[in-house]
Design a protein around this ligand. Sequence first.
Ligand code: LLP
Length: 404
Amino acid sequence: MIDPASIEKFEQIATPFYYYDMELLGHTVDILASLSRKYDIDVHYAVKANVEKRILERISSSGLGADCVSGNEVLRALECGFPAGKTVFAGVGKSDREIYDAMTAGIEAFNCESLHEIYVINAMARAYGMRARVAVRINPNIDAHTHKYVTTGLFENKFGIAGHEFDALADLLGRCDSIDFTGLHFHIGSQITEVGDVFALEARRTGEIVSYFEDKGLKVDNVDFGGGLGVDYEDPDGNSVARFELWMKTVSDNFPRRPGQKLHLEPGRSVVAQCGSLISRVLFVKRGETKNFLILDAGMNDLIRPALYGAYHKIENLSSHFRRSFSEMQAYDVVGPVCESSDVWGQGRLLPMSVRGDLIAIRSAGAYGQVMASRYNLRDFAPAVFSDDLGNAPRYEDYFSRLP
Ligand code: LLP
C-alpha cells in the first residue's frame, strides 16, 4: 500500500514519475536472501527488470548475485556492488566487445546459448591468453503457460541449445582448451503463476538432462533454473512478496541434487515489481459517445507492458483517499497521451469519480517498467523517486495547477 504520508508529498512532485517503496524492496530482498541460505540455492537478481542504481545497491548489499544480458548490465552490476564472481551473463547475441569486457572482469560464468558462441568464446579466450567459465543454456522444450512473448523454453524460441545438438555440444566442450565448463542453465519463461506444476516439471526435466551430460563424462557442478516466478498484479497489497519459498521448495524437492552441486535461481520481476508504482496525474476527463475517458499524463512510452502484452496493472486514484465525502464509483477507460490507440492503461476500470489533477497510481510497475521506457513522441523519461528521499524529487510547478 502506498502510505498516506507519501501520497501527501506526491502533491508537490512533478508527474509522471516512478515511485519506489524502499522499505518493501528491503523486506523482499531480506526474505529472499534468508531463503537462499535456508535452501542453499544461490540467487542472482535478473538486472534487466530494473537497473536503478539505488535498487541494485540495496539488492547487492544483501549478498545476492546478478544475472545480466548485456555488457552494459554487467558493468552496471559491478559498479553497484555485485561481485564479478557472482555475476552471470546470458543472451543469444553477445558482441565481441561484451565478451571481452566480461571475460576481463572475471565473471562467474557466460551462459552460452549456441555452439557457435562457445566456439567463439573459446577462440577469444585463447587469443587473449585468458580462461573463460562457460555454462550452457539448454532449451528443455517446456511450456511455461504464460504469455507467448515471455515464453522462452520451447523449441520454437530462439533461446538455449536443444536436444538434437547435445552430442555435438558434448564433443565441442571436450575439444575447447581455453574454457572451463561449469554447468547447465535453463530459463523457460516469465510471470509463471503455476509455480508448483511448471517449476516441478522444469526441475525433473533438468535432472534428466544433467544425467545425460554426466553419462557423456561432463561434470555438472552448477545448475541454474533461471527466473520466471510470477507476481500478483491484481492484488499487489495482499501479495506484496512473491512465493519465493514455494518456488525454492519445488525446485529442491524435484531435482536430485548431486553432492557438492550448486543450484541457482535468477528472479527479476518477483524482486522489484511490487515496490514500484508509476504515479501520474489526471489531465482531462472526457465524455465519449459510449464511455468516459480518464486521460493521464503517463503514457505507453513510460510503461509499455499493457500496450505490448495486454498486461493488467491495478489502477488506483490516490487523491480520492483524502476526499471528505464518499465519491461515487464510475467506469473509465484510463488512457495515456501518446498518439497510439494502444496507449490504454485499462478499459472499463471502476474508480472513484475522478477530476483533473487527481493523482493516479499504476501499481506493480517496478519490473520491466522504467527499463523499457522510450522517448516516443519526444516525451521525457519519467524519473525515479525513492520513498526515503521524497524531498529531492522534481517539483510540480504550482503555477500551472492553479489554472482551471
Ligand atoms: N533469466 C533469464 C535468462 C531471463 O531471460 C529472464 C527474463 C530472467 C532470468 C528473469 O525472469 P523474471 O524472474 O523476471 O520472470 N518484459 C517482460 C519480461 C521479459 C523477461 C525476459 N527474461 C515483461 O514485462 O513481462
